[in-house]
Ligand binder design. Sequence first.
Ligand SMILES: [Mn+2]
Length: 385
Amino acid sequence: MTPEDRFPGPEQPHSGPRHQPDLDVLPYGSYYEPAEPPAGYGYDETHSGFGGAHYLEQHWPGATHQPVAAHPGDGHDEPASAVPAAAHEDPPTIELGPPLAEQQVHFPYPQPEPGEAPGPLYVIGDVHGYLDELRTALQQHGLIDAEGHWSAGRSRVWFLGDFTDRGPDGIGVIDLVMQLAAEAAAAGGYCRALMGNHELLFLGASRYGDEPVQSTAGTASFLAAWRLNGGQQHDLDRLEPHHVSWLSRLPAMALEDGHLLLHSDTTAYLEYGESIAAVNDAVHDLLADEGADEWWDCFRRFTKRFAFRGDSGPAAVHELLSAYGGYRVVHGHSPIPYLTGAVHNDDGAPPHVPGPYIYAEELAIAMDGGVTMEGRLLVARLPLN
Ligand SMILES: [Mn+2]
């Protein structure tokens, strides 16, 4: 029995390698990897105006990949070029133009008009493979339509990390988020994601497997730790290079509208840099260049939790805000029932999670509703009062 047999999931015509669609009808920003990459294809580093974080976005230059909606009234579709590398505005002549490496990749998405306010801001807590619950929550907030496509226009959506492990379809969740990132970009909004500790664990299990790593608790391995923490073999079996590429480049933190977005409720981010860009660069460099021990150390630090609880919590939040900016931290990672102590009900009923949890003198918002413990997958529009 294959993993797909056990977890068939809903029909997802645009959600991944199982149903490779026609590349010519994909919107800009698509992550699908063609056999012959067109010129300029790949990740371009885009410097965002939001908090100095670096975002890596895949740009898809060339007229052959215009979304259909961008040509109302054309009457006919652009003929697909057999050679995407030659795609630019004018038909090729004997004059070949500048070398490909010098051609500018134009930012192809609809951009806000000058003075136009940015779209509404949403954050989404830990998903942990619960694809059906994610689709339901996104649809309830009007972020996707009944077919699972982006319907939120210029909205700005941030996932707070931890896409896989414990739940039934982690790869399906990654595929959906990657698809929405492409569709949101085409609509002039965006859908972005932070690196959670389970991304580090999953990537480590894929890259280093059983290789021993130095742990404070003795010898460990990523694969063993991943399995102990809910790793699902069918997710590892379906992990493809484009997933690894995307996951490895997720930022660890971001600042949006005065909200410092983190996966984990820890001050360990300060050990990686004094600015958001420095932290994100350090984690990217570590994942690109360092070995299993350094990966493990990073995983261990980003698995810490509960720094914002109790009497010392507000000071810990202030330490982060003074370094990185913002007036509030928004995090996932620690399920709200654990933060509130509402895990154990006398009658054995699932924990009650009414919504995001504001605490630490209102300096912190917890967004992990505990979907893995029959809580809720939380989506919230910021700011919260
Ligand atoms: Mn986590």
